[in-house]
Design a protein around this ligand. Structure first.
Ligand SMILES: O=P(O)(O)OC[C@@H](O)[C@@H](O)c1c[nH]c2ccccc12
Length: 270
């Protein structure tokens, strides 16, 4: 069984939800990313989503855009990220999902990219700017290589789209909690709950929710309705604030364990 399926299954057996931490690879450097991934795992993250920095992102808010700028300035490239992942795989079995815009994959070559990513130890891919309708060739290459292609659904997705994504998505489904950019504020929790229920009716694939989850309280609330909770901007803000500190990893870890603790024990955060 692959690492993503195994993780969601193991957590389900314990009645727990997955905490999925999004960080930008190479922010502030790839050596830091390697240590951050290990630190995030020690602090309770169950899955790591690694952003591949890109100069023209579509859904990224300012916090993530600045992280991408720092990563590009430190000389981060897709090849170097894959080398770092291969190094991580000698130290951890935590599921790793690459979040990358399609251009980057295209420039590398779909087939070579899927092969190299899988060989390095990547488990899944999220390609936010690739419409499902156009994903056929990449999906085939990903499947051949053993990579899960994870698709997104949004509050505006139609029932037909929900059904199609539910069928196509592997590993988990990424439900975007709001229409807007990353780092926006989570407001309509009732709507998130309704939509997660609708998706659940048409699939057995785990459903993870991201966009706007910033506090332990948010994480606990989302954990009550979804299988996975994705947190990006709030973690990256901590990285930005402490990028020069020798205590970077422990500081970020403290924040991430507060998220996980709230998910495990929602009563404690009210
Ligand atoms: O930053 P937030 O609001 O915590 O949301 C997660 C999000 O950043 C991450 O999953 C992500 C980064 N870039 C994206 C582009 C599209 C969809 C999702 C993403």
């Amino acid at each position: 069984m692959n690492r993503l399926d195994a993780t969601f299954q193991r957590l389900k057996g314990k009645g727990e939800k997955a905490l999925i931490a999004y960080i930008m690879a190479g922010d502030p450097s790839l050596q830091d990313t390697e240590q951050l991934v290990l630190g995030l795992e020690r602090s309770g993250a169950d899955v790591i989503e690694l952003g591949v920095p890109f100069s023209d992102p579509i859904a990224d808010g300012p916090v993530i855009q600045q992280a991408a700028e720092r990563a590009l300035r430190s000389g981060t490239s897709l090849r170097r990220i894959l080398t770092m992942v291969a190094g991580l795989r000698r130290q951890t079995q935590i599921p790793l999902v690459l979040m990358t815009y399609y251009n980057t994959i295209h420039a590398y070559g779909e087939q070579g990219f899927c092969r190299d990513a899988a060989q390095a130890g990547v488990d899944g891919l999220i390609v936010p700017d690739m419409p499902m309708e156009e994903s056929g060739p990449l999906k085939d290459r990903a499947e051949e290589a053993g990579l899960d292609l994870i698709f997104l659904l949004a509050p505006t997705s139609t029932p037909a789209r929900r059904a199609a994504v539910a069928k196509a998505s592997k590993g988990f489904i990424y439900y975007v909690s709001l229409t807007g950019i990353t780092g926006a504020k989570l407001t309509d929790l009732g709507n998130v709950e309704d939509n997660v229920k609708r998706i659940r009716k048409v699939t057995r694939v785990p459903i993870s929710v991201g966009f706007g989850v910033a506090t332990p309280e948010d994480a606990a609330r989302i954990a009550a309705v979804a299988d996975g909770v994705i947190v990006g901007s709030a973690i990256i803000k901590q990285i930005a604030a402490h990028q020069q500190d020798p205590s970077l990893v422990t500081t970020v870890g403290t924040f991430v364990s507060s998220l996980k603790q709230a998910m495990l024990n929602p009563a404690a955060v009210g």
